[in-house]
Design a binder for this molecule. Structure first.
Ligand SMILES: [Zn+2]
Length: 382
């Protein structure tokens, strides 16, 4: 089984330069290989495979103009072409067409397939040398599969992927099952009657607003503008990290179960408006809400991914069900009606009078569907 860990890197000035040239070199190789492949296909209908592309790059190293490629880690180059090849495989299966990598993308990275060593709080990166790092867990042992070095918001990180032997896995077999209802904001309710407090980002978001305003007041091209930009990037990263941390903890808690049932987000329509909105929101406010919705949806996508990964590691399973009517169905008698939903959080059945928190009622329906099949709570419908 594969396990991943992300650590912060503290390269010195010289190492920063080398990392930056590795990133640039790998990006160059990726784009060059992609361009060649595209050209060969559009002009001659030829498919150029991974190994032919790697050979081509080896030839480029011998040309004077591109001899600087010798400075780039050769396995990182191969990895990059491998990634491009995978992007193509994905495209052939109906995914999007592989894109060129831009140096202006906010996150820059390159990957080592192996040869990275760990000693104490230091990582050995080929071409770069020993780099100090922070956040390595001692119990994180296994064969290193890949190490991805990234640069984002003026910080360096390494994502380390290791292969843990089967027998080292923790298995916790039990019959615990739970249904989870996720909301349009970052809130969770489950079939055990638990409501998780939403992540509090008020402080960070207000800071974000201030920093964004400060940035807008700075003169274009000025040093102060660059500084303000850096501060804004840092706070953005902090928010993203806090959100990820929250989802990691939450998924860890729920992975203690044998079975977790959630809504299939591909089916769920998260765009439904909040009840009781009378005022028409301004353009700005509705754009903001739309952005929030996208972030929330992405967060839940990540949450389910993390959860599934952690559950599998312990021998458990994640089941996704059709969320249709789960919020309008009475968990006591199965009666479905819009009228059952008295308000955003109050559920009162118009047939049997059962009353409950709306999200918890929904999570119980989700659990029932996961265990008895997708139409379980619809069988006794009106
Ligand atoms: Zn009822």
């Amino acid at each position: 089984m594969l396990k991943a860990q992300k650590v912060r890197l503290y390269p010195n000035k010289e190492q920063q330069k080398i990392i930056s040239s590795q990133i640039g070199g790998v990006r160059y190789v990726y784009n060059r290989a992609l361009a060649l492949r595209k050209f060969a296909y559009s002009k001659f209908g030829l498919k150029i495979g991974k190994f032919a592309l790697i050979n081509h790059i080896t030839k480029l190293k011998k040309r004077e103009k591109t001899s600087w490629l010798k400075e780039i880690d050769s396995q990182a180059i191969q990895q990059s072409i491998g990634n491009m090849d995978r992007a193509y495989q994905h495209f052939f299966k109906g995914g999007g067409y592989p894109k060129f990598k831009s140096r202006h993308h906010s996150k820059q990275s390159y990957q080592y397939p192996q040869r990275v060593k760990i000693e104490g709080n230091n990582l050995f990166l080929p071409k770069v040398g020993w780099v100090k790092c922070k956040g390595l867990r001692k119990e994180f042992v296994g064969k290193i599969k890949t190490v991805t070095v990234s640069y984002e918001a003026y910080q360096y990180h390494a994502s380390i992927l290791v292969d843990i032997k089967e027998k080292e896995r923790v298995s916790s077999h039990n019959s615990k099952a739970v249904g989870i209802d996720v909301g349009v904001s970052l809130v969770v309710a489950d079939s055990n009657g638990r409501k998780v407090k939403p992540l509090d980002l008020v402080k960070e978001l207000s800071k974000l607003r201030t920093k964004a305003q400060q940035l807008s007041r700075k003169k274009k091209g000025s040093k102060n503008r660059a500084k303000a930009k850096m501060r804004l990037a840092k706070i953005n990263l902090k928010i993203a990290n806090k959100r990820k941390d929250f989802l990691h903890k939450l998924s860890k808690q729920y992975s203690e179960n044998q079975t977790v049932v959630v809504e299939d987000l591909k089916i769920k329509n998260m765009t439904k408006a909040t009840k009781g909105t009378v005022e028409k929101p301004s353009k700005n406010a509705s754009a903001k809400r739309a952005l929030n919705r996208v972030i929330t949806q992405q967060s839940w996508g990540l949450f389910f991914e993390l959860l599934e990964y952690k559950l599998r590691g312990r021998g458990g399973q994640l089941i996704k069900v059709d969320p249709k009517f789960t919020s309008q169905t009475c968990n006591e008698c199965g009666h479905i009606s819009k009228e059952n939903r008295k308000s955003q959080d109050k559920f009162v059945c118009t047939s049997c009078g059962h009353s409950a928190n709306a999200d918890i009622n929904a999570s119980k329906n989700i659990l029932a569907r996961g265990i008895h099949g997708n139409n379980a709570s619809l069988k006794i419908a009106v």
